[in-house]
Write a protein that binds this ligand. Structure first.
Ligand code: ADP
Ligand code: MG
Length: 227
């Protein structure tokens, strides 16, 4: 088992109100799975993905990743865990505007302290992989949405993460670019990457191997797709 969540809760407290973003999530995900998470706005999808990505901490519960208890780790340990294991893709791409495409992708490896020659080889490979090499020296503002998401996917995969987390990766893309992003994710999954993707698109969810439906901070259905 790659991921084992038990009794995960996430509460947001302010002076006046308490919001239960996640109620009591039990979820297991195996190595090599491709899971789509669906559900209405506000049901807790991003909160769950952020907890899986250790960007956010649960208020209660256990998160085991390949036999490590992540809720017991401190921030430095989690930062290292993220660098070594995770790749993120967001709806709004989240590239750094002041850096070129290749420097955006390279930054993911700089953080790992990798030698420059090795970084260059990997960045080139990742750019080729997603078809963005011809825009290596461009800045994000000079690219279309589809190209920016390709660059963001290259950044997510350049460190060869075991888990890719994608929050509505096709949400800002037209049909054709959305389909291409889905093809890339499927290709990465075929090669062994575990992928967890939030989506509002039923047809994109059908391309995953499993679909999880959420409502009011809970997982209500988990079904295996026939693919
Ligand atoms: P989704 O991604 O499914 O649209 P979210 O995970 O973003 O839903 O949000 C789940 C619930 O938690 C919502 O009710 C939202 O308002 C609340 N929430 C999310 N982030 C915060 C926050 N930083 N502070 C307070 N409430 C939040
Ligand atoms: Mg969301």
């Amino acid at each position: 088992m790659l991921i084992h969540l038990s009794h995960i809760q996430r509460l947001y407290r302010s002076d006046e109100v308490e919001t239960t973003a996640l109620q009591d999530i039990d979820l297991q995900i195996q190595l090599g799975e491709f899971v789509a998470i669906m559900g209405p706005s506000g049901c807790g999808k991003s909160t769950l993905l952020n907890i899986l990505g250790t960007i956010d901490r649960p208020s209660a519960g256990s998160y085991r990743f390949a036999d490590q208890e992540l809720t017991a780790m401190n921030e430095a340990e989690l930062a290292r865990f993220r660098r070594e294991n995770l790749g993120y893709v967001f709806q709004s791409f989240n590239l750094i505007d002041e850096l070129t495409v290749e420097d955006n992708i390279d930054l993911a490896l700089v953080y790992r302290g990798m030698p420059k020659a090795e970084r260059r080889r990997r960045v080139t490979e990742a750019m080729d992989r997603v078809g963005i090499a011809h825009r290596a020296r461009h800045y994000p503002s000079q690219l279309s949405g589809g190209q920016q998401q390709r660059a963001a996917i290259a950044r997510a995969i350049v460190g060869e993460p075991s888990l890719i987390l994608a929050d509505e990766p096709t949400g800002n893309l037209d049909t054709e670019n959305g389909a291409q992003v889905m093809e890339m994710l499927q290709g990465l999954n075929d090669e062994g990457a575990t992928i967890i993707m939030v989506t509002h698109s039923p047809s994109h969810a059908d391309l995953a191997r499993r679909r999880i439906d959420m409502l009011d901070g809970q997982v209500i259905v988990s079904v295996r797709n026939a693919i």
